[in-house]
Design a protein around this ligand. Sequence first.
Ligand code: GDP
Ligand code: MG
Length: 180
Amino acid sequence: AKPLVALVGRPNVGKSTLFNRLVGEPLAIVDGVPGTTRDRLIAEAEWTGHPFLVVDTGGIDPRVGGERPLSVGSAEYIEQIRAQAEMAIEDADVVLFLVDASSGVTPADMEVANLLRRKQRIIEGKPHPPVLLVVNKADHESLRQQAAQFYELGLGEPHAISALHGLGIGDLLDEVVAHL
Ligand code: GDP
Ligand code: MG
């Protein structure tokens, strides 16, 4: 089976935009409204001769079933993000944890970071699966400079990208396939 690369992070950080860019087709629904990806989407991708599967772990749609929207920071909102991250870390060979350069570190990012670190297993002295910290929406130099503040999440070096404009994607994929 092909290795699995999972995208996690709170709503609106750009998971579906990155998914579409990695897969090369607009399969995931991208929207300014947080949580518009209905289900887990899986598609094939490839980089420098390394095939892998990408999973967009959206799954949060406050508008489905006529439920009231989940307010940012509510217990339910955090719970859904946690469930999603937990699923990803159990199945994935590499986890891409997305955050947003333009918003800085948020409490939900901290939640996800803590959960990911707690759920990693130590295999042969290394945390598994590897988590790459991806600082999206780094569309220009001043936003790229915001990436350093995410060291605070305790997940190592932040990788600045712009999924929307296709910046930093090759370097990120080099890093991904080095872990496959
Ligand atoms: P998701 O909820 O994490 O799947 O986020 P989406 O992929 O749906 O994106 C949420 C919003 O952020 C959309 O309006 C996207 O167009 C926007 N977005 C995604 N990536 C970037 C980026 O690199 N730069 C900017 N400026 N906006 C982005
Ligand atoms: Mg989405």
